[in-house]
Design a protein around this ligand. Sequence first.
Ligand SMILES: CC1=C(/C=C/C(C)=C/C=C/C(C)=C/C=O)C(C)(C)CCC1
Ligand SMILES: [Fe+2]
Length: 354
Amino acid sequence: MSGDTASSGGIPHTDAAARRLAARLSLGVGLVLIVAVVSITIIMGSPPLAYQYVPLALSVVVLGLPHGAVDHLVLSRARGDPVTPRSLAFVGGLYLLVGSAYAAVWFLAPAVAFVLFILVTLIHWGQGDVYALLALVRADHLETRASRLLALIVRGGLPMLVPLIAFPAQYAFVAETLVGLFDPDAAAALEPAFSQPVRAAVAIGFGSLIVLATGFGFVRTSSGDRGPWIVDTAETIGLVAYFAIVPPILAIGLYFCFWHSLRHILRTMLVDPAAGAALERGALSAASRRFARDAAPLTAGGLLVLVGIGLLVPRTPATVPDVLALYLVTIAVLTLPHVVVVTLLDREQRLWSP
Ligand SMILES: CC1=C(/C=C/C(C)=C/C=C/C(C)=C/C=O)C(C)(C)CCC1
Ligand SMILES: [Fe+2]
């Protein structure tokens, strides 16, 4: 698998059947997620707040937290190198350094740390989708680096900006609970972001970017092969509807598991010779077992980080929203080094040097 170096435009060609299975799974699950959850929300209304937290809570063990727990293996595998004490120490050191520096920002300036969290998530979820578009959908309308950057902003902006426009009160509530773990008074600094003029400006600005990205993509495709552009556009429109209709705690919990993490896990399987070979023969359960085994130790490690931060925060989390806020802060701290690893993986797979 990883020894298969045939590539075009920098995107590695893993074995065709494995890639097709990964593409079908990510697109199929994404489609079901959007159609099912949007329909249920329209027909039955939003579930009570307590239920909206369930997918986020489940993401501790289901796909979410585990998706980053193979970061210590993924770069070596993508390079076709053995995993060595040195390669493990590099990723471990990165997590320790970058994670603790950013954790310090949460304690010193929690409102700044929250804004950073939204920005980092936008970039990270956007970069994940750019990979899926290029490697799984074979999006040849994203030929240039500029078009990929625009796609990154659009795809990352969907989960981070559409809820701000559509559900400012819940957005503000989550911001307050995260920041409030560290300093209850600091959240006030974020209030202007939820005001009508700011949301209107974000809606106009971000809406224009979506139109621009879609239009550029259309112009770049030949009429004979619009398939990838149609998939890209359908996903974008679907996600606009999803994040505009489904309340954000629920929407983001499900998206985190069944969109971002699923796609990244498939990506890690495709660079792993053993999991990749299993996918190649359609043995998804064998590939999943292999992933689960690889991800289990550091998923437990992530939980230790959660407990550690929980012991350090000035206010002991007492309610469900507080505990979930603690979990999100843990995710934030773990995500920053994860973004570095994924960016190096992007470079290895030449996603940004077309
Ligand atoms: C839950 C939630 C929010 C933030 C979620 C974030 C920022 C999650 C980041 C997850 C990451 C980075 C996972 C790793 O891949 C918002 C937008 C405040 C709106 C209200 C609900
Ligand atoms: Fe990720």
